[in-house]
Design a protein around this ligand. Structure first.
Ligand code: HEM
Length: 391
């Protein structure tokens, strides 16, 4: 098995699935010279990286970790510090008062966004529905519902410039991140202070007032984790875009009237087939073998969820979207200690949104004159999804 295979970001962006299949077969650990990382593509290897955060540390150091506050932020922290902050954030996000409000918030937001279409019978479902829906629902849960969509989108662009590991060392992206940091210092920090005092039933209040084992988040930790949480603002919308695209292109696989159970299975298959969060980076703590390669400590590994979710060693006919697939869990939300904290929330929210879309937009179908666009690596987000209804 060769360890001399190199792969570029351009190749992965141009043909992710073909490149993954080739790498899984010939070089399950392949060097990415542009970013000095090793790409790991097989299911078993990706699971091993995710399951062992003591051997594969999320604390990769460098400008990304600095931007998000290093071990003050859940994503880069390990051991006891990670467990402590995670308990506080989990108890805050899944506070029964916040959870109870969710069904009403979701239905109300779906209806408001759809009402804004007026008498139109065509829309770009991604930019006109999925994205605004996601921003508004999460901004309400966080407690920043008065921040405009445009402001949230500008923060998201700057935050992703800092968070995307492929941007490290890029002066344009660093400048954008620095500008956003200044803005967040001026806008988000005072809001967090107000929300702590106001003790509202929202995440950014709760996470500063809930104590777990007598322990509160410090002001610096609250700021670092709030920036990290803002990164998730568009993610449920991106997933809803992917689900709608897959359901509309595979309608023959679904019953005439989709029931909740069938929908949940189809949504998990959408997560397997087209995970929006494609890959992330870890640092090797001490020498280890993985994917037929010997890694020395401090080597950087990128684990590719999109590839693992289509590994033929794990899945039957993985290149086929099968809305009735029952082959166990996939890695769209990660796994292990750092598994997505928002997964439960997203899993509760998305089926209802899909049901409401079909109810409110009868005869919903893709507009085949305008092909949907999805792009990027490591993220794999929808850009446009033109649909029509009531024809
Ligand atoms: C479809 C939507 C989403 C997807 C696919 C997704 C995916 C992921 C993945 C793959 C990770 C693991 C990253 C790693 O191992 O380095 C992660 C972590 C995380 N996610 Fe999500 N996410 C989504 C939505 C959300 C939402 C809505 C929230 C918050 C409300 C959220 C909060 C977090 C947090 C706080 C972490 C860090 C957990 C830790 O390090 O312990 N995510 N997410």
């Amino acid at each position: 098995m060769s360890n001399n295979v190199r792969v570029s970001i351009q190749t992965l962006s141009n043909d992710p699935f073909g490149t993954h299949a080739m790498l899984r077969e010939t070089a399950p650990a392949a060097l990415m010279p542009e970013i000095g990382c090793w790409l790991v593509t097989r299911w078993d290897d990706v699971r091993e990286v995710l399951a062992n955060d003591e051997r594969f540390s999320p604390d990769t150091g460098g400008e990304r970790a600095d931007f998000f506050g290093g071990d003050k932020c859940l994503v880069f922290a390990g051991g006891a510090q990670h467990r402590r902050m995670r308990k506080i954030l989990q108890a805050s996000l899944y506070d029964p008062v916040i959870e109870d409000k969710l069904p009403h918030l979701v239905a109300q937001t779906v209806n408001e966004v759809i009402d804004s279409f007026g008498t139109r019978r065509e829309a770009d479902l991604y930019s006109e529905f999925c994205l605004p829906f996601s921003l508004r629902v999460l901004a309400s849960i966080f407690g920043i519902e008065d921040v405009s969509d445009n402001q949230l989108k500008a923060w998201l662009t700057g935050l992703w410039a800092a968070a995307d590991f492929t941007n490290e060392g890029d002066p344009t992206m660093q400048a954008l991140a620095a500008e956003t940091e200044q803005d967040l210092q001026a806008e988000l920090k005072p809001r967090l202070r107000q929300l702590k005092l106001a003790q509202r039933d929202v995440l950014f209040s709760r996470m500063q007032t809930i104590s777990v084992d007598g322990d509160l988040l410090s002001e610096e930790e609250a700021y670092a984790n709030a920036k990290q949480l803002l990164l998730a603002l568009a993610e449920p919308g991106e997933l809803i875009g992917v689900i709608m695209w897959l359901l509309l292109t595979h309608s023959e696989q679904l019953p005439q009237r989709i029931d909740r159970r069938a929908l949940l299975t189809a949504i998990e298959e959408a997560n397997r087939y087209w995970p929006i969060s494609g890959a992330a980076v870890r640092k090797v703590v001490s020498d280890i073998e993985l994917g037929g390669h010997h890694f020395e400590s401090n080597a950087r590994i990128v684990y590719d969820v999109r590839s693992a979710n289509r590994d033929e060693r794990k899945w039957t006919s993985p290149e086929q979207f099968d809305a009735r697939r029952h082959e166990g869990g996939n890695l769209a939300y990660g796994a292990g200690a750092h598994m997505c904290l928002g997964a439960r929330l997203v899993r509760r929210m998305t089926p209802r949104v899909v049901e409401l879309l079909f109810e409110r937009l009868p005869g919903l179908e893709l507009n085949t004159d305008r092909s949907p666009k999805f792009g990027g690596w490591p993220q794999f987000k929808p850009e446009t999804l033109w649909v029509r209804w009531g024809q």
